[in-house]
Write a protein that binds this ligand. Structure first.
Ligand code: NI
Length: 390
């Protein structure tokens, strides 16, 4: 069975919802309008239960199949939040708020899952229960973690969980996926180097914090190249370097640095943290300075369960055909908040083609509404194939 015909009929109405969300982007957990709209539509379309306020502003809708002999419960997840970017697409339905933009297509993800929820509530052609999960704060806020910590999996008895994200560069009507580690862990670090400030003409009376910090920057880059096994993957990027002195003749007392560490395996993640602390502390000590390190373990590695990934690829082939589904694509060193849900339950995360547009997080990024019937069909067929009705 290819694309579901019902999604041709609802294409215009779901597109209208998507464009309304696009005009009204909301950041992080502050998805109040979006969450209210989602909950209203789910109720209007006859979901059996709609619960708001999970993980602060997350929403879960429950749709029971016309049979429930399987006892299966699956979760389908979309993200709802926008980015602090000023939109430059020139679209008629561009963001009405300067400095906020749906530049990652989460408006489209929300709309596609809403479209699937409408269809599943109408047809209920499955044996089990579908939970549609709408999460806030995917962009760095850990909304997925908050929903899991709020007991969502236990409360709704969710056994397996699936995610989807659009991908520019992959043609519309195509899917791509990989099993195992797919998105990297994403940790954060703050370093404060303390030396001894003083007159720039008298360095011998000071401990030059800027020089110490500069040595730290260089030494940190030896971790990936010299400590990590070269056939494994890790990234360390130092993204901010700020001395306390804003003038020409003062050696600063402090230098603050910030950055991020990414890895595709928990053991490499541990090694990166350990090496970072050793290199920073040791380099500072070499020069008689001290360093204070705050290392924040943020997103874990996002791991696609192998069996669930084979199943997700089968569903995608059912919707778009054999040749439009690529398996075994390379992993991504970006982080993905869905990792928290995949730590809690087995499942899989798939990429859906968004064609030729600027990359996500760019001010000219556009979500192609032609994707909506394909994405909604994937969700609907996933439920129908995972839990076939007799
Ligand atoms: Ni995104």
């Amino acid at each position: 069975m290819p694309m579901i015909n019902r999604f041709a009929e609802t294409h215009a109405s779901i597109t209208a919802i998507r464009r309304d969300l696009h005009e009204n982007p909301e950041l992080q957990f502050d998805t109040r309008r979006t969450s209210a709209l989602v909950a209203e539509k789910l109720r209007e379309w006859g979901c059996d239960e709609v619960k708001e306020g999970i993980g602060r502003t997350g929403v879960v809708g429950v749709i029971r199949g016309r049979q429930n002999t399987s006892g299966k419960v699956i979760g389908l997840r979309a993200d709802m939040d926008a980015l602090p970017i000023s939109e430059a697409t020139g679209l008629a339905y561009a963001s009405r708020t300067d400095g906020k933009m749906h530049a990652c297509g989460h408006d489209g993800h929300t709309a596609m899952l809403l479209g699937a929820a409408q269809y599943l509530a109408e047809t209920r052609n499955f044996d089990g229960t579908v939970c549609v999960i709408f999460q806030p704060a995917e962009e760095g806020g850990g909304g997925g973690r908050e929903m899991v910590n709020d007991g969502m999996m236990e409360e709704f008895g969710i056994q397996k969980v699936y995610g989807m994200h659009n991908m520019p560069g992959l043609p519309v009507g195509h899917f791509a996926i990989r099993e195992g580690a797919f998105f990297a862990s994403a940790d954060l670090f703050d370093i404060r180097v303390t030396g001894k400030g003083g007159h720039a003409a008298k360095p011998h009376d000071c401990i030059d914090t800027t020089l110490v910090a500069a040595h730290i920057v260089v030494a940190l880059q030896s971790i990936v190249s010299r400590n990590v096994d070269p056939i494994r993957n890790a990234v360390l990027s130092l993204t901010s370097f700020e001395t306390e002195s804003k003038t020409h003749n003062v050696i600063p007392q402090h230098v603050d640095m910030h950055g991020t560490v990414r890895a595709l395996e928990p053991a490499i993640r541990d090694q990166m943290e350990e090496c970072l602390k050793a290199v920073v502390t040791g380099t500072a000590a070499t020069f008689g300075a001290t360093a204070h390190i705050k290392y924040i373990r943020n997103y874990p590695v996002m791991v696609n369960d192998p069996a669930e990934t084979r199943f997700a690829a089968e569903v995608a082939r059912d919707v778009v055909g054999e040749t439009a589904v690529t398996e075994g694509i390379p992993p991504v060193m970006g982080g993905e908040d869905f990792a928290f849900m995949l730590e809690a339950r087995p499942g899989s995360y798939i990429l859906i083609g968004n064609g030729d547009t600027a990359m996500v997080h760019h001010p000219e990024y556009k979500f192609d509404d032609e994707m909506i019937p394909t994405g909604a069909s994937y969700w609907a067929r996933l439920a129908e194939i995972a839990m076939p009705a007799a």
